[in-house]
Design a protein around this ligand. Structure first.
Ligand code: FES
Length: 297
């Protein structure tokens, strides 16, 4: 009880001892990081593979667009674990910032994370000031330098009490993530998923010109892609037959390519394997043109 009182006193003292400008930065960063974790935790599609907001799709995107793409390529296979880690880390950074737990170390981790997000997400944003990650990196760095002050020395040593507090933040971050998963936002049914007769409609024919593709969620909940050529329509599962990463269509290569280990499939030849560590073609999905729609059969 006394320990708790002492810690509450030190939290209050930490806020009191800071200037209004630093308090504002600290509050903004702490709340934003918690909100970032909550937003992901309550997103039902975040840990899946089919939603546009899924960590899997995001990592695939970063592997193609980031200057450190090779790093993200290695993460795709472990996207669920990476997603959980990101959520817990965001909650932990936010909570620790607000509650003055290992503040210098937390500010440095916040800075490192913002730089990582900048390299992954907003590297190509032009002009640069439209990408928020650079602004957050600078804000964290400014906050970090304020905490380091004139000491020019980072104290990363933790006494027993400090270690217990850091552990408590970890537990609180995991609890917040689990709470978010339980309180997920309601999902709107995927409009192109199979199921009832009306839900079998994938896309209006008018919206799929000859030569175009359309990604959809198959009836089994897995990502899939439909092609339209002058001969008709055909579709495949986007689940790689090697280890289950999500393939995507590369128009210049005229191939479905897996970002994990480079398997390539020929969509115009029954998804036959063109290269990579598998011999099994992608599963084909029966589709047809029915009236003005492309439908699952
Ligand atoms: S999962 Fe290994 S090549 Fe696709």
């Amino acid at each position: 009880m006394t320990t708790m009182r002492t810690h509450i006193r030190s939290i209050v003292a930490s806020w009191r001892s800071q200037s209004p400008a630093v308090r504002l930065i600290r509050l903004w960063l702490g709340v934003t990081w918690i909100y970032g974790g909550w937003d992901k935790a309550t997103d039902p599609g975040f840990l899946g593979k089919t939603s546009s907001t899924s960590i899997n799709k995001q990592l695939i995107g970063y592997s193609k667009s980031s200057p450190m793409g090779f790093l993200f390529r290695h993460m795709i296979e472990r996207s669920t674990a990476i997603g959980v880690m990101v959520m817990v880390l965001e909650f932990a950074i936010g909570i620790a910032t607000l509650l003055w737990i290992a503040p210098t170390m937390t500010a440095f981790v916040g800075f490192t994370m913002s730089v990582g997000l900048w390299i992954a997400v907003t590297w190509h944003v032009k002009p640069y000031f439209l990408g928020s990650d650079t602004a957050y990196a600078v804000l964290w760095l400014a906050y970090f330098l304020t905490l380091v002050g004139k000491r020019r020395k980072i104290d990363v040593s933790l006494d027993r009490r400090g270690a217990i507090r850091v552990g408590a933040v970890g537990v609180a971050a995991i609890a917040a993530m689990l709470l978010g998963r339980v309180a997920q936002k309601s999902t709107t049914a995927a409009p192109t998923a199979g199921g009832s007769s009306s839900a079998k409609q994938l896309i209006k024919l008018a919206d799929l010109a000859v030569g175009q593709t359309h990604e959809f969620v198959n009836a089994d909940g897995q990502p899939a892609i439909v092609f339209r050529t002058k001969n008709g329509v055909f579709a495949y599962s986007e689940v790689c037959t090697h280890q289950g990463c999500t393939v995507s269509y590369s128009p210049p290569d005229k191939a479905l390519i897996c970002p994990c280990h480079g398997a390539a499939y020929d969509p115009f030849n029954s998804a036959a394997v063109l290269g990579g560590p598998t011999n099994t073609p992608l599963s084909s999905i029966k589709v047809a043109i029915s009236g003005s729609w492309v439908v699952l059969v």
